[in-house]
Design a protein around this ligand. Structure first.
Ligand code: NAD
Ligand code: MG
Length: 335
């Protein structure tokens, strides 16, 4: 994939035609982070919504309390024209097996992340549309923004366009959950999946936690107090990221002291140097050639042995204990 394939068209409310979904029934499979937000937002946008959950799912009551209809995934899919698969990525192939016979020609299979389609864990039948509307935010924000009249930026992609209407319908879906209020960018299942997984590994979830831990350990090993190391390497991260989120790196550089700016500009690339770049390229390769996907699928089939160990090790890191104590002592985020 080259840089030039990236498309920068942004779609807003005016580009989306709600009539593409207003006479349709949408099944929302799963009622977690994304599921509850999509279901409630679409319902309040005037679309017929039915939630599909296992008979023994603990979320069934929540769905009814929220005033929505709930049934099994298969029954929901049978009743629906659009089936939105919002169960965890690791259980999607099994849930797809329960619903695939209910998908008729002209129906739509809709996702919020491309993993299973891109890595061939779900192979949709011909004759149906396969789309993705992926809010770039956790579900509780998708819901909160919708309720307050704001939007949540999102990505849209069409994998299979059997009806010729796949994109029109996906745009209407994006409008129904509030994404076109903020802006929706068109992409592909490949680009969304690979960029998303790379981002969370290299920068967002993996990169940032390792950077924080290495910084913390460097200070503590050199004799500085764990409390000081926690503040300098973890707590202040939020303040810095908030500034970049608001106004880019420029606003962050403007807000810190000249000493911090000069030190950061002159030393940053020394820390995150070419070897880190090479590591990132290797991580990206594993994402692109399916190595990571295969590892993650096998890991789940084996009941997550490495995942469980890694989670425990992370939990046991000193910075987590220190942080718990310090967050209890100080009331900086008590609101
Ligand atoms: P989640 O873990 O919050 O919720 C999944 C829900 O699925 C559960 O609440 C439950 O209702 C149901 N479920 C769980 N296990 C099940 C099983 N074994 N069988 C049937 N149903 C089961 O999931 P999520 O984070 O909302 O993710 C859903 C999709 O949205 C995924 O494709 C994910 O990649 C995508 N996505 C998530 C986010 C996010 O921030 N959470 C953002 C963008 C896209
Ligand atoms: Mg993501």
């Amino acid at each position: 994939m080259t840089e030039n394939e990236f498309t920068t068209t942004v779609y807003y409310d005016n580009d989306a035609n709600s009539s593409a979904i207003e006479d349709k029934t949408i099944a929302i499979l799963g009622y977690g982070s994304q599921g509850h937000a999509h279901a409630l937002n679409l319902h309040e946008s005037g679309v017929e919504v039915v939630v599909g959950l296992h008979e023994d799912s603990s979320s069934r009551e929540a769905v009814r309390d929220d005033g929505l209809e709930v049934t099994t995934p298969a029954e929901a899919a049978a009743a629906a024209d659009i089936v939105s698969v919002l169960v965890p990525d690791t259980v999607q192939p099994a849930v797809y097996d329960q619903i695939k016979d209910e998908l008729n020609a002209g129906d739509t299979l809709q996702f919020a992340h491309g993993f299973n389609v891109h890595y061939n864990q779900i192979q949709p039948s011909q004759g149906i549309d396969v789309t993705m509307v992926a809010p770039k935010s956790p579900g509780h924000l998708v819901r909160r923004n919708y309720e307050s009249g704001e939007g949540t930026p999102g990505l849209l992609a069409v994998y299979q366009n059997a009806t010729g209407e796949a994109k029109t319908e996906a745009l209407a879906y994006a409008k129904g959950i509030g994404c076109t209020r903020a802006g929706v960018v068109e992409t592909t299942f490949e680009e969304e999946t690979e960029a998303d997984i790379f981002g969370e590994q290299a920068v967002l979830c993996g990169g940032i936690t390792s950077l924080i831990k290495q910084g913390y350990e460097t200070l503590v090993d050199a004799g500085y107090s764990p409390e000081m190391a926690y503040f300098e390497c973890l707590n202040e991260m939020k303040l810095i990221v908030d500034l970049m989120y608001e106004g880019g790196m420029g606003e962050m550089w403007d807000s810190v002291s000249d000493t911090a700016e000069y030190g950061g500009l002159s030393r940053g690339d020394e820390i995150i140097d070419e070897t880190v770049r090479e590591n990132m390229e290797s991580v990206l390769e594993d994402v692109q050639d399916g190595t990571f996907a295969r590892e993650w699928i096998t890991e789940n089939q084996a009941n997550r042995p490495s995942y469980t160990q890694l989670r425990q090790a992370e939990k046991n890191h000193e910075i987590e204990e220190i942080g718990e104590d310090l967050r209890d002592l100080f009331a900086w985020d008590s609101e």
